[in-house]
Design a protein around this ligand. Structure first.
Ligand code: AMP
Length: 531
């Protein structure tokens, strides 16, 4: 099928041609013709399938007749995050370059004034996050009675973020006769209920589920202990990585995003961060710096990175194992795009094994291990579990054999959605922003000579393709974990002890306690219970 066969207008076809796209993706081929006829669409598709163009292109064609009126946008696109909203705006700029349409972006973290001016001028396309949209509406600065097309994008992520009541409210505020284009990667019951309530006889377009990982991605698991060890292992992996261009590093919690980002910068890596508490300008700047190659690492949380279109990422590094298996698929889908090869490396602690089993079950294959197994790892740099220090590990039951497929009972364990965790992601404050000196670290992923001197000479002891045996047999003796500098006992003395649940792990810096933490004035009490 070609784009010409879909029924798009000449102006749109010309823009698509300029973009260099020759063949519609499956979601575009399925959704565009009925969308052009004014039908409601239920698109079950994840990011990377071309779904943005699947709604942008027919919208542009349909908007060619008619004009926007002040304060009454003609179309509304709801996105769960500011970055996604900005990405959709960029799509309209690209595909709508032959149109003279007013596109307005209503997102949090940006001053009201300019947004208000655009709405007053009359917006053909309004792209918004739910919070800011309803804020405008409640202040009487916006009318939703002129909406002809409503797009709800990434609905399952809206659910994760607690936006469903806002979506329901918006659906009731727009005219009953509007066209609705609804997209979600998955269809949990709450989303099905929403589509039943607000879509009119929709055309269902479904493209492959988020359970398959591209064959162009080499997936690897690396055993590690607690956070401090993971940071050191991560640095080694980045330094030793082959064909490295850039990497997205995922953490499960935003406070860990901030901590890891600080740590990487301190070690001389060129890294940015992306999490829900950064102000909009900082988030955009971080993303731009990564896209342009100014920084080669970006540390993200799932919510902040959701759906971001960052082409050509060579490595995805999971600093934390995702607790929802589908997030694993989304995360590693950031690399190996469009037939390119990519590498996805996941750092795993023993406590993560149940999630690894679920992930392997979802993707239908075992992931290879590299480097020493848990038993061959050096002693932990800091012990996070008091009972382990007391030698009570046996009480936790036998260890699982790594890499094996789980039994049926384990596979059927439900992977529950946790909206509260995602909501907390948005709402809990991050401990502190990086100090100016940290932000101004040199733009190179290689550590500075001084930082390198502080480092232990490390090597990952790779055993590519070979699975590490559970008992560590046949594994090369660990080559890392013997940091240079003062003896271990002395280092431990200097380091405050830290329990992983004791609030922000600013104090869990391994051997690299920054000087500001050693000065009494900087030792502020940690906030507990942020997440
Ligand atoms: P999306 O799923 O909308 O985030 O799109 C993922 C990527 O695919 C974006 O970089 C698009 O520019 C690109 N894309 C969209 N449609 C096509 C197409 N028909 N052919 C090739 N690439 C496309």
């Amino acid at each position: 099928m070609t784009f010409e066969e879909l029924g798009l207008s000449q102006k749109v076809l010309a823009a698509v041609q300029t973009s260099g796209y020759t063949t519609p993706t499956p979601i575009q081929a399925q959704a565009i013709p009925p969308a052009l006829q004014g039908r409601d669409i239920l698109g079950i598709a994840q990011t990377g399938t071309g779904k943005t163009a699947a709604f942008t292109l027919p919208m542009l064609s349909r908007l060619e007749s008619g004009r926007a009126r002040a304060r009454m946008p003609r179309t509304l696109i709801l996105e769960p995050t500011r970055e996604l909203a900005a990405q959709v705006e960029a799509s309209f700029a690209k595909y709508g370059k032959n149109h003279r349409l007013n596109v307005a972006l209503l997102i949090g973290g940006v001053a009201f004034g300019e947004q208000e001016t655009k709405i007053m001028r009359g917006a053909d396309v309004l792209i918004a996050t739910p919070g800011r949209l309803l804020d405008f509406f409640d202040r009487g600065k916006l009318l939703l009675t002129g909406i002809e097309i409503l797009v709800i994008d990434e609905a399952d992520r809206m659910l994760d973020m607690g936006f469903i009541p806002d979506i329901e409210r918006v659906c009731k505020l727009v005219p009953f006769t509007r066209q609705t284009l609804f997209f979600s990667a998955t269809m949990p019951p709450e989303i099905t209920r929403l589509t039943e309530a607000f879509l009119h006889n929709p055309i269902r377009c479904e493209v492959s589920r988020a359970a398959t990982t591209a064959t162009t991605i080499r997936q690897v698991l690396v055993a590690s202990r607690g956070h401090a060890d993971k940071r050191e292992t991560l640095r080694t992996l980045i330094r030793d990585a082959e064909n490295f261009k850039n990497a997205i590093i995922f953490c499960n919690r935003k406070r860990d995003v901030a901590t890891l980002h600080r740590s990487l910068v301190k070690h001389g890596f060129s890294a940015g961060a992306l999490h829900g508490d950064m102000d909009q300008l900082a988030r955009m700047a971080s993303l731009d710096a990564f896209k342009t190659g100014e920084v080669s690492l970006i540390v993200c949380s799932d919510v902040a990175a959701r759906g971001l279109d960052i082409p050509d990422v060579s490595h995805v590094l999971n600093f934390d194992v995702p607790t929802h298996s589908e997030d694993y698929v989304h995360r590693i889908g950031r690399t190996g795009r469009a037939g390119r090869s990519g590498v996805a490396i996941t750092l795993v602690t023993e406590d993560d094994m149940k999630y690894i089993d679920q992930i392997q079950s979802l993707i239908g294959k075992a992931i290879d291990w590299e480097g020493p197994g848990f038993d061959a790892l050096p002693p932990p740099m800091e012990t996070s579990r008091p009972q382990e220090r007391r030698g009570e590990r046996a009480e936790r039951g036998p260890r699982r054999e790594r890499g094996r497929r789980p039994g049926a009972a384990e596979r059927e364990a439900p992977v529950s959605r946790r909206p509260t965790a995602a909501a907390a992601e948005r709402e809990a404050p991050v401990n502190r922003r990086p100090a100016a000196a940290e932000r101004e670290a040199p733009a190179s992923r290689r550590p500075t000579a001084a930082a390198a001197e502080r480092e232990a000479p490390v090597s990952m002891g790779r055993s590519r393709g070979g699975r590490v045996k559970a008992d560590g047999e046949g594994v090369r003796p660990p080559a890392y974990g013997a940091p240079a500098g003062p003896p271990a006992a002395e280092r431990r003395e200097r380091r405050p002890r830290h329990h992983e649940d004791d609030g922000p792990p600013v104090i869990g810096l391994g051997d690299h306690v920054p000087s500001f933490l050693l000065r009494p004035v900087a030792l502020r009490p940690a906030k507990v219970g942020e997440e």
